[in-house]
Design a protein around this ligand. Sequence first.
Ligand code: AMP
Length: 546
Amino acid sequence: MHHTSLIATIVAGLGLAFVFGAIANRFKLPVLVGYLIAGVVVGPFTPGYVADTELAPQLAEIGVILLMFGVGLHFSVKDLMAVRKIAIPGAVVQILAATVMGIGLAHLLGWSLGAGIVFGLALSVASTVVLLRALQERRLIETDRGRIAVGWLIVEDLAMVLALVLLPAVSGMLGGEAPPPGPGGVAGAFAITIGKVVAFVAVMMIIGRRVIPWILHRIAHTGSRELFRLAVLAIALGVAFGSAALFGVSFALGAFFAGMIMAESELSQQAANETLPLRDAFSVLFFVSIGMLFNWSVLLREPLAVLATLAIIVIGKSVAAYLIVLVFKRPQSVALTISASLAQIGEFSFILAGLGVSLKLLPPEGRDLILAGAILSILINPLLFRLLDKSLPKIAEGGTPVAANQPHAVLVGYGRVGKAVAEGLKNRMLLVVIEDEGDRAAEVREAGFEVLQGNAVRPEVLLQAGLAEATHLFVAVPNPFEAARIIEQAKAANPKVKIIARAYTDADVDLLTQIGATHALIGEQEIARGMLALAPRPKPAPAPAH
Ligand code: AMP
C-alpha cells in the first residue's frame, strides 16, 4: 500500500492529533501535548501503526512555511529595522551563551569539542512554530515585545542557516568527517553563504517587491476569489521553495520575505486570511512529526543528561535572554516575554543534530538528548507563558490610581492615537491610562496622567484601573482582536460604560459594536474627515434669479 502513504500519514496525523488534542483539552492541558503524543503513537518507537517517517517532516515543513509567511504578512521592513538594535546583539549573545553551556555539558558527558559545539548550537535556537503559536494565542505578535521576539528569532534563523552551511566545511578541523574541501576552504564557504543570503534579500527587495504586488493586483481584478487564494498560496510556497533551492536559505526565511513583501500591498489582510485554515492544519502536523521522532527510551537510559539538557534550554537560555533585554533597558514585561518565548527548541535543532550525526561530529545519543529536550521544553513552554500571564499584572506598576475611585475615563494604549486622545481629554474628565510598554507608561506619567502599566486584555488590569466606576472607555490599541477582548471584559465589569474603539475595517466595526462598543472609528475615514475639514468651504448657493 505504499502509494497511499501520503494520504495515510495525513489522515493518521490529523486524526490522532484531533483525538489526543481533545483528550488533552479535557484535562485542561495545552492541545499541543495531545499533538505530540499522537506523534509518539504513530512513531517508530511505539508498537503498532507507523506513519511514513520521511513524509511527516515534509508535511511539517509546509506548516513552518505557512506560519512564517503569516508572520511576514504582519511585519514590515520598518518593524524589522526598528528591533534590530536589540534583536541582533540579543540573539548573538544568547546563541553564544547556550553554546558555551552545551559545550560544558558535552564535556561532562565525555564528548569532543566538536560534538559540544553542535550540541550547544542545537540548544540555542528556538522553534518558529512554538514561538509563533504562543505569541498568536496571546495576540502578542503585533506588540513591541512580540516584534522583538520575532526579530530575535529571525536573527537566530539566519545564524543557523550559516551554521548549517559552515558545519561541513569545518567538520574536519573539529574531528568529524571532512568532505572534500571546496574552493577557498572555510572562509570561502562563509563568503559564499553570506553572498547568497545577500543576493536573496536583494532579489526579494528589488524584483519581488515589484512583481508580487503586481501579480496579486492583477488577480484581484479578475474577481475570482479562488484564483486569488491560489495565487497567494503559490507565491508563498513558491518563494519559500525557490529561495531554499536557489539561495540555500531556509524555507522559513524565504516564506517570511514573501509575506513581508505582500504586506506592503493593501491586499495583505485578505491574503493572510486566505492562508489561515491551511496554516493551522499543517502546524498540527509539525507537532505530530516531532512526536514521531522521539525515542522515549532515552528518558530511562540517561535521565540526568536529559534533565541537564532541559535545564540549559529552559533555565540557562531564559536567564541569558532576560539579562540581555534588561541590559538594553527594556521593561520587565519585555524581558520576561522574550525569555519565555525562546525557552524551547525545535525544527532547526533537529536539522542541525541530524547533520552533526551524519558528519560523525555528534554521537547519536546527542541527537536523542536534543529531541528529549525539545519535546520536554515544548511541553513546558505553555506553562511558562501561564506563569508570565500571572506575574505580569502584579508587576503592573503604580498601584490603584486615585482617579479610579470616582467617575472617570479609562484610556487603553498611549501610542499615536491614545496620546492625542489623552491630550484632548485633559481638561474635560479625569483619566486613567493603561499602557503595556514601560517606556510609554513613563511618558504618560511625565505628561501628567495617572497610569497603570499592564496588558488591558487581563481583567485584573481593567479592574485596577477602576473600570467599574468609569463612565467612558477609550480603546486605542492597534489590534482589533485585542480590542474585542478588552471590550468583552469591560462590558462584563461594567455594562453601562460607554466604549469608543479604534478599528480598521468595516468588519472590525461590526465585530466591535456587536461585542459592546458604543462607537468604533475607522482611522482612514477620520483622515478623510480631517482632509475635508481643510478643503474650501462649500460655495454659498447662488442667489435665486429674479
Ligand atoms: P499606536 O499604534 O501608535 O497607537 O500604539 C498603540 C499603543 O497601545 C502602544 O503604546 C502599545 O504599547 C499599547 N497597547 C497595545 N495593546 C495594549 C494592551 N492590550 N494593553 C495596554 N496597552 C496596549
